[in-house]
Design a protein around this ligand. Structure first.
Ligand SMILES: Nc1ncnc2[nH]cnc12
Length: 214
């Protein structure tokens, strides 16, 4: 374990953090204000080390293995380490990444538009046409670090289905609040997660408090 309460990272803007137990591995997430009256506890999976990566890979693989996936798909950027760690833990090799920026070789990519709460404005997800044969007719699990609004995940599901895959599961380290349930609709029951985080609003004492029901 790398997480000790004394090491708890706090965001200078709020000075507060939120502890969450990720399948037996506690982490402290800085509470970051997105608007004056709204904050999230931010998990940057790329800052948590390779041992945490191995841990979440194995914990998610245990939940996803019964779905018998042929291949894992992850969305850039923070879905990339999750896709790699889950693929490794399942004993698979190939994985497919949905890109966000139009790389040179993606001129002719399959495309899906999305919006995200942690990134500004509208974004695109791109699937290299060369990866379509890896997905067509295959049992696919789509993974990401966090599902919050569900918009990015829905875009990933749409894109993977455009490629002719059967989505048999969705794996995330964290579910955040509940907006994603509406956006994912009939796909909600596919979600397997390791832990849940709420969202935050200012309390009477000026500290951030979890929003009821999130
Ligand atoms: N709490 C969070 N941490 C990291 N990425 C996120 N995307 C949406 N919510 C997030």
């Amino acid at each position: 374990m790398t997480t000790d309460p004394a090491d708890a990272k706090t965001d200078p803007a709020t000075g507060q953090s939120w502890r969450v137990d990720v399948a037996g591995w506690p982490i402290d997430l800085p509470i970051v204000a997105i608007k004056p009256d709204f904050a999230i506890s931010l998990m940057m999976v790329i800052d948590l080390g390779v041992k945490f990566g191995e841990h979440i890979g194995q914990a998610l693989a245990a939940k996803l293995k019964p779905l018998e996936p042929d291949i894992i798909v992850g969305a850039a950027t923070l879905g990339i380490p999750v896709a790699i760690d889950v693929t490794r833990a399942l004993g698979l090799d190939a994985y497919v990444i949905l890109q966000k920026s139009p790389k040179l070789h993606l001129a002719n990519a399959l495309e899906q538009r999305i919006s995200s709460i942690t990134s500004k404005g509208e974004q695109r997800l791109l699937l290299d046409r060369a990866a379509v044969p890896l997905l067509k007719g295959k049992r696919v699990v789509v993974v990401d670090d966090v599902v919050a609004s569900g918009s990015s995940m829905k875009g990933s599901l749409d894109l993977v289905r455009k490629a002719g895959a059967e989505v048999v599961g969705i794996g995330v380290i964290l579910t955040e609040a509940t907006d994603w349930k509406q956006i994912l609709g009939a796909d909600e029951p596919l979600v397997r997660s390791l832990a849940h985080i709420p969202q935050f609003s200012p309390g009477h004492d000026g500290n951030w408090e979890p929003i009821a029901g999130t």
